[in-house]
Design a protein around this ligand. Structure first.
Ligand code: FES
Length: 79
C-alpha cells in the first residue's frame, strides 16, 4: 500500500527500513516520506513504531505473514 502519495513510498519500504534499524528521521531522509504535504507522517510514524527493534517479536512476525495470511509457520505434524 502506498503510504506517501507525494513520494510514492509504500508501507513495505518503510517497514523494511525500520526493521533494518533506521529511525523515522533516517527513513524520512532516505525515502523522502513526509517531506512534501506531510499528510502521511502519522501513518509512516506508526509503521516505524510497529517495526522498530523494541517492538515485540510477535508483532514483527505478524507483519511478515506469508502470502497465505498465516503469521506462523505450520506446526510439524505428529506422526
Ligand atoms: S503524502 Fe507524503 S508528503 Fe504528501
Amino acid at each position: 500500500m502506498i503510504v506517501c502519495v507525494c513520494r510514492r513510498v509504500s508501507d513495505r519500504e518503510i517497514s523494511r527500513h525500520a526493521r533494518a534499524g533506521m529511525s523515522f528521521d533516517d527513513i524520512q531522509f532516505e525515502l523522502g516520506v513526509a517531506t512534501q504535504c506531510g499528510q502521511c507522517e502519522g501513518c509512516a510514524r506508526d509503521i516505524v513504531a510497529q517495526c522498530s527493534s523494541t517492538a515485540p517479536v510477535a508483532l514483527l512476525r505478524a507483519q511478515d505473514a506469508g502470502a497465505d495470511g498465516r503469521a506462523w509457520p505450520p506446526l510439524p505434524s505428529a506422526a
